[in-house]
Design a protein around this ligand. Sequence first.
Ligand code: ADP
Length: 185
Amino acid sequence: MRLVFLGPPGAGKGTQSVRLAEQFGLAHLSTGEMLRASRSHRTELGLLVADYLDNGQLVPDQEVLDIVAKRLDDDDCQPGVIFDGFPRTLAQAEALDRLLAQRHTPLDLVVELLIDQGELLKRLMKRGRGDDNMATIQQRLQSYENQTAPLVRYYSERKMLRSIDASGTTDEVFQSLSTALEALE
Ligand code: ADP
């Protein structure tokens, strides 16, 4: 099973995808986590992407696509994958379609987490991760609106989109998501 999670920063993609991956025996593929890890290990990629991460801007597509393509070959990805924070641009979405077509493992579902701006800001300010200051948060919300929100239309035209209310508690949202995934099994 292969799923994509769409939704602005703070919608709960990370939390929910970790739980769902465990429940359904899937790999959790978070490009944000992989990029932050490469920065903290000071790899060549890490040095290249640090400024983007610190400013809340999207890392160039090619860098992200390279790490995703490599990760997809890992053993734990073979039963299935939850993509968290990827794709984030139309070019990434098209490239993902090609990567998965080559592997004969198409996407099963794209879940959009819906939540209003006020609630998002509250959650992000509370979280306090390194890149969670007011200026970066505004920039990341802007990147989402400009570059990632168009993917909602891309996937809905392909009849793959399912929108889920993400304003409830973690458990409530997890319940709705589990039900949606069980229907795919
Ligand atoms: P959030 O969704 O809360 O912003 P992520 O961990 O998904 O957190 O992403 C953190 C940062 O990593 C982003 O602001 C961006 O700089 C970078 N990033 C993550 N995924 C991608 C991607 N698919 N394409 C480009 N940049 C990315």
